[in-house]
Design a binder for this molecule. Structure first.
Ligand SMILES: [Zn+2]
Ligand SMILES: [Zn+2]
Length: 406
């Protein structure tokens, strides 16, 4: 007699299928909110495996729900689906067939990995290996790359968590340079908030020879560029992270005219909500103060992008344990340094406890030019490493088993 002990090991994510989905999606990259073919592929697969499928959330988002017993607890796993406006230069057989668009961040891999896990999780559930009760919410999200107005925010605005409640949420991103099969975690703040600020100084234009009859907006603008760094240096605790970068200044058209106005744009990042608040307060006060000092007017348009991504303690510890059991403690880092980049999964984690983790992508890319080192995401030579598919999906499976067994 073959008992359930044996079938337990038989149910594994289908690696060949995952690779095939990954390369199909890679060949047909789609930008944020236009992931129509990708979303169709996802929906068809999920439906075939017995998931209740909901499409059209934030245009192209898909949620697959599997519910058994009384439906609790509810576990959410999220993958992003969008590509980038980059011309692919890998020359690989499965390279993008769409000029100017490519999967240069590995979201093709994230989607394929979660699909592989979805198929295996459904079979585990049918086999009785996911406990008596539970709900799986598999969230395939559009437009992660679009900044503050991206897919996560829009899915939440469209009532994602009311329609598909989750008690815990997890997401995974590949990380070039970290060996394949290695996992990285960090409890608390893992990725930075990202804000965009426009400051405009309004003066009174005039002749360059008659400055006393004008109000020159160049002076408060120039003084503000220098003074802004005093916020990082003097107003933020030295052990906290804060970045203020002036990326654009524009004013004036020619040498002998004092312009009416001068404007600049800043990128502002922090790893703690309190620091983010402090930066906004100080940037406003400082710009307005400089304007007043030089007799000019001032407008500050502070546009909040992604919040700080905060991994909750309990869920991160659970995920770390699952990874350690799966690949061994030597391949798991539980105190990965924080990253100054941003990620819109942060919006989900503001509402539901959970964990965003990294999986090593190895030294993929540069077509074998190993001497160039690992190829970073958003590079035209980047390719998601198919060797990550098996460990990535296996992690989702192990997490599901562990989560529903509690
Ligand atoms: Zn990206
Ligand atoms: Zn990405």
């Amino acid at each position: 007699m073959i008992g359930s002990m044996n079938t337990q090991d038989l149910i594994q994510p289908d690696e060949a299928a995952m690779q095939s989905w990954r390369r199909t999606i890679h060949q047909h990259p789609e930008l944020g909110f236009a992931e129509f073919a990708t979303s169709r592929l996802v929906a068809e697969c999920l439906a075939q495996w017995g998931y209740e499928v909901h499409t059209g959330i934030a245009v192209t988002g898909v949620v697959g729900t599997l519910r058994w017993g009384d439906g609790t607890p509810r576990l959410g796993l999220r993958a992003d689906m969008d590509a980038l406006p980059i011309q692919e230069l890998t020359g690989l057989p499965w390279a993008s067939r769409t000029p100017g668009q490519m999967h240069a961040c590995g979201h093709d891999g994230h989607t394929a990995m979660l699909l592989g896990a979805a198929q295996a999780l459904a079979r585990l559930q049918q086999d009785g290996q996911l406990g008596a009760n539970g709900t799986l919410q598999l969230i395939f999200q559009p437009a992660e790359e679009l900044g503050g107005g991206g897919g996560a925010r829009r899915m939440l605005d469209e009532g994602l968590l009311e329609r598909f409640p989750c008690d815990a949420l997890f997401a995974m991103h590949n990380y070039p340079g970290v060996p394949v099969g290695h996992f990285r975690f960090r409890e608390g703040a893992f990725m930075a908030s990202s804000d965009r600020v426009l400051i405009r100084f309004n003066g009174k234009g005039g002749h360059g020879a008659l400055p006393h009859l004008a109000v020159d907006p160049m002076l408060p603008a120039a003084a503000t560029v220098l003074a802004l760094q005093s916020i990082v240096g003097r107003n933020v605790d030295p052990v906290e992270a804060a970045v203020i970068s002036v990326g654009r200044i524009s004013a004036g058209d020619t040498y002998n005219v004092i312009p009416e106005s001068a404007e600049m744009e800043l990128s502002v990042r922090a790893l703690r909500a309190e620091v983010r608040e402090r930066l906004e307060t100080r940037i406003r006060a400082l710009a307005e103060g400089q304007a007043a000092a030089f007799g000019a007017g001032c407008e500050v348009h502070y546009q909040r992008g992604y919040p700080v991504l905060n991994n909750s303690a309990q869920e991160t510890r659970l995920a770390v344990e699952v990874a350690r059991e799966l690949v061994g403690p030597a391949c798991v880092m539980d105190d990965s340094p924080p990253i100054s980049g941003s990620e819109d999964f942060a919006f989900f984690l503001q509402q539901v406890p959970g964990c965003y983790l990294l999986i090593g992508n190895g030294n993929n890319g540069f077509g074998g030019g190993e001497h160039l080192g690992p190829c970073s995401v958003h590079n035209p030579h980047y390719d998601f490493n198919d060797a990550c598919l098996a460990p990535g999906a296996a992690f989702w499976l192990a997490l599901g088993k562990r989560y529903f067994a509690r």
